[in-house]
Write a protein that binds this ligand. Structure first.
Ligand SMILES: [Zn+2]
Length: 62
């Protein structure tokens, strides 16, 4: 009856699923072999460096 997906079982944090592939960073051109998410084909892909670079640490939007 309470047979869910074992989601809320005390495992701590969910394991991050890395997506393996072969992309190039749209910014610096560095090779990317894995991403923490499934990349959209029509979107630029950034390596870790550029990703954090393009992401302002503080966003005062709201
Ligand atoms: Zn890059």
């Amino acid at each position: 009856m309470f047979n869910r997906d074992n989601n809320s079982r005390g495992g701590g944090f969910a394991p991050r699923q890395m997506v393996k592939g072969n992309w190039k960073c749209s910014d610096c051109g560095k090779e990317i072999t894995e991403l923490p998410f499934e990349p959209a084909p029509d979107r630029p892909i950034y390596c870790r460096d550029c990703w954090s670079k393009n992401r302002p640490p503080r966003q005062n939007r709201y």
